[in-house]
Ligand binder design. Structure first.
Ligand code: SF4
Length: 293
């Protein structure tokens, strides 16, 4: 990694953590970094004024100094500056209007006006929360909302993209099955073939990216989610290598799940109240009727 690339990576980590990052955060994100590289890069970033440095309980905290934003709010009135700073501090998780009102001490109408002004200057934006349709949070205009707010790649305008997830699910399984087929025809024997049939989430990510079936950029974490669902569905298994990396391979169920396993009673919360007579009976049970259809 070149020095500039390293600087970019550390800056991007700091931007994602507006409250600041420690040396431990950087080494956790980039474990292959040597101490010399780390110290050298942090010093360069401090010299070029990219960071504010704080001492928090004896630990040094590096906070990204957003010069562009400070410049943007220059000349604005005091209320706008206060609101802008509160929104800026909230980072990409945003801040709820009620919290801005409490912390800024501004009246409702005044705050609405300030927010409108900042929005029209494209300094901030309102983002709907995926887990609360009526809740909007404000964040800086140029920030990418956190996954907890946007729902990540699986949500489009707050709607869960089940069809998209289904296609990805099938394509990921197809990739793993193609790998697993190598077991059958590997000339070096079944054990090596089995090992080779495991794939890391990053390999699946490359395969799907090359297929070009997704318009949104999918991260490795997105594929880990999909691959884990394949494991839960019994279509794949996972293992962890000694270096801590997790890999996946397609499996075939030895025997198909017998019908009795799928009886709704197994997961029914009313099972202790269900008798042959009374209010809750198998004869009147809608779940049972659906299962028998
Ligand atoms: S018969 Fe219906 S109500 Fe009774 S335990 Fe089974 S699923 Fe639940």
């Amino acid at each position: 990694m070149t020095e500039d690339e390293l600087k970019e990576k550390i800056l991007s980590l700091a931007k994602k953590n507006p409250k600041g990052i420690t040396v431990n955060d950087i080494t956790a994100a980039h474990p292959d970094l040597t101490s010399a590289e780390l110290v050298n890069t942090i010093n360069k970033l401090l010299q070029q004024g990219s960071f504010d440095i704080f001492n928090q309980g004896g630990t040094l905290l590096y906070r990204f100094k957003n010069q562009a934003n400070k410049q943007a709010v220059k000349g604005a009135d005091n209320e706008e500056k206060v609101v802008f700073n509160l929104i800026s501090e909230a980072g990409n998780k945003g801040i709820w209007i009620r919290d801005i009102r409490v912390r800024s001490n501004l009246a409702n109408t005044q705050l609405t006006k300030v927010l409108k002004n900042l929005e029209s200057k494209k300094l901030i934006k309102a983002v709907k929360c995926v887990n609360a349709s009526k809740k909007k949070v404000y964040m800086l205009y140029n920030l990418e909302p956190d996954r907890s707010i946007s729902g990540g790649a699986w949500y489009q305008d707050q709607d869960f993209e089940s069809e998209f997830v289904d296609i990805l699910n099938r394509q990921c399984l197809k990739f793993l099955q193609q790998r697993a087929d190598k077991i059958k025809c590997n000339p070096r024997g079944p054990i090596i073939g089995r090992t080779q049939s495991y794939a890391a989430a990053a390999e699946v990510q490359k395969y799907i990216t090359d297929l070009g079936i997704s318009n949104v950029k999918l991260e490795v974490e997105d594929f880990i989610t999909i691959l884990n669902t394949l494991v839960y569905d019994g279509k794949a298994e996972s293992t962890v290598y000694p270096d801590g990396s997790k890999v996946y391979r397609a499996i075939e169920a030895l025997i198909p799940a017998p019908g009795i396993v799928q009886v709704p009673c197994g997961v029914c919360p009313l099972i202790n109240k269900c008798y042959s007579s009374g209010l809750i009976t198998p004869q009147q049970c809608v779940y049972m009727a659906e299962w028998l259809e």
